[in-house]
Design a protein around this ligand. Structure first.
Ligand code: T4K
Length: 395
């Protein structure tokens, strides 16, 4: 056995092993669909592939309306607008920065609410104390595909007359109490980015049961055009292209296979990492549907390396494990400058942002890679004191 690459040994992998390698479905079907779009000379603007993709999404999620959008971030922006939000919106800081940016981009103030240390989702017990006369809504994230506390948030939103929206970018294909994510709140926003379980290269969607909301979102997606020459609403260009929908449809056809691979990858990590001191693999509720898209470990104080030291060791081995979501939105600009005292109010977010590491999974990662990654983690933590000493001496 050679030494760790961080200490001069050869890396375990010759090529980088990424967290977000796209799942690729049936190439022939994809090319056929793209060819059809080219033959039709209909490339974007509510084309037939986009409509078919929307119908597939609506049937799968069980939402009356699924509006395909060019990406998840613009889908969030349009959903916030269609819900008429302004002033302040309560949101988790432990998320991809797009969640907060979608608010700030529209001059809505994101009010960061701390998360629950166990679920990593917004803590409903902390939401109410952040409501002010300027609050118009709550934007909750189903982080890692684990549903946000939907029932308590719904109760709080109803009692205070607030709109409740969900950032479901991680949760396509997941369920809560037997009901699919995409059917809760005023609307839910999905992402079909290349790194997601189902992808459209870039893509997103708004799922809602509210007819008027859906009609507004559709108008806003296409510059507010209700008809030729007739603009009835402020809007943007949130349209999905036919090429993106071709990928989305093809990806949907392999969805169950992708989820199956994610699940077996997760189980392989679980078996290989069992009993490693100071390390917890984030669990999922196995009584619900789950996309198993993120394999997330928490490295706690009893581990022999910090999360950052472990990441350094893994990166040297070409294992590009990611510190999702470090350092927390509240520590990124413009929020760091706008809310310099936020960290003190967000102890659980601070704690998690220092402990969490996402490991490579998806269809480009197989049993051998997982065995090697898990073995590296196990050996690194066992050899922690020596690694720490030598890494410090070298820096
Ligand atoms: N809300 C939440 C909670 C989200 O997580 C996201 C997106 C959004 C909203 C916004 O949805 P979109 O507007 O993106 O539809 C990546 C993704 O770009 C982003 O979509 C995703 N969340 C986030 C969690 O991950 P980065 O900054 O980590 O991307 P990057 O370029 O570092 O890529 C991640 C890994 O994937 C790298 O190791 C490289 C690998 N990769 C990436 C791409 C694009 C590939 O191997 N092939 C590829 O084609 O954000």
């Amino acid at each position: 056995m050679t030494d760790f690459a961080a200490l001069g040994g050869p890396p375990a992998f010759a090529e980088p092993v990424h967290v977000g390698r796209p799942n690729i479905g049936d190439r022939d079907r994809l090319m056929e669909r793209i060819g059809g779009a080219i033959d039709r000379r209909w490339l974007t603007n509510d084309g037939p592939l986009v409509r078919e993709f929307e119908a597939e999404l609506a049937a799968f999620v069980g939402a009356p309306h699924c509006i395909a959008i060019c990406n998840g971030t613009v889908a969030l922006e349009i959903a916030l607008r269609a819900a008429g939000l302004s002033g302040e919106v309560i949101v988790s800081p432990f998320t991809f920065v797009a969640t907060a940016h979608a608010l700030q981009w529209q001059e809505i103030t994101p009010v960061f609410c701390d998360v629950d240390r166990r679920t990593h989702n917004i803590d409903p017990a902390r939401v109410e104390e952040l409501i002010t006369p300027r609050t118009t809504g709550i934007l909750a994230v189903h982080l890692w595909g684990r549903p946000a506390p939907i029932a308590p948030l719904t109760e709080i939103a109803d009692r205070h007359g607030l709109a409740l929206l969900f950032d479901a970018a991680h949760a396509f294909g997941c369920s809560h109490r037997g009901r699919m994510i995409g059917t809760f709140g005023r609307a839910e926003v999905l992402s079909f980015h290349a790194t997601k379980v189902v992808n459209a290269f870039e893509g997103g969607a708004i799922a809602t049961a509210d007819d008027a909301f859906a009609a507004r979102a559709r108008l806003m997606r296409n510059h507010g055009f209700a008809d030729y020459d007739n603009v009835t609403h402020v809007g943007t260009n949130g349209k999905m292209s036919e090429v993106a929908a071709a990928m989305g449809l093809t990806s949907m056809e392999s969805r169950d296979d992708f989820i199956g691979v994610n699940r077996s990858n997760y189980e392989a990590y679980r078996a290989a990492l069992a009993g490693v001191e100071g390390l917890e693999l984030l669990p999922f509720d196995e009584t619900e549907r789950c996309n198993w898209q993120y394999v997330v470990i928490e490295v706690d104080e009893s581990a022999r390396l910090t999360r950052d030291e472990l990441q350094t060791v893994l990166w040297a081995e070409n294992v590009l494990a990611r510190r999702y979501f470090f350092p927390g939105c509240h520590r990124m600009e413009p929020y760091r400058s706008l809310f310099p005292d936020a960290a003190a109010r967000l102890p659980e977010t601070e704690r998690l942002a220092a402990r969490v590491l996402a490991l490579p999974t998806g269809t480009s990662v197989g049993a051998d890679e997982i065995a090697t990654v898990a073995d590296l983690i196990r050996r690194a933590l066992m050899d922690g004191p020596r690694l720490r000493r030598e890494l410090r001496a070298a820096s």
